[in-house]
Ligand binder design. Sequence first.
Ligand code: SF4
Length: 130
Amino acid sequence: MIKEFVCIVCPNSCRLTVSEENGEITVSGNECNRGVEYGLSEYCNPRRMLTTTVAISGAVLPRLPVISTAEIPKNKLKRCLEQLYSTAVTAPVQSGDIVLRDICRTGVDIAASRSIYRKNDRESDEEAGR
Ligand code: SF4
């Protein structure tokens, strides 16, 4: 089997070819060893950071942006997104707060990527001139 990838480790964007023959996997097209690591990872176990939003109640905004604390196996992203679509949190939330632990048993947590006030706190702050 042969697969092609663009290495995204540095701006060179080398075009990698990963081939598997008789159980041996080889990477070509890389200008450095980091490309080999990237090519093998993309071929054997592609992973991605997950960013999306979840519902938040009692806040100044209707959705809270969230991000995974580590990369998640690509084949589990859809299930993780489905779980997050049915997840709701309550304001206030601080940036970095964990909103979901061990999503879909990946061992990865989901954290808030910004802080969001409670609706009334923001209005109180504005009224008080803070
Ligand atoms: S193979 Fe090396 S030089 Fe090429 S894009 Fe990847 S990290 Fe950059």
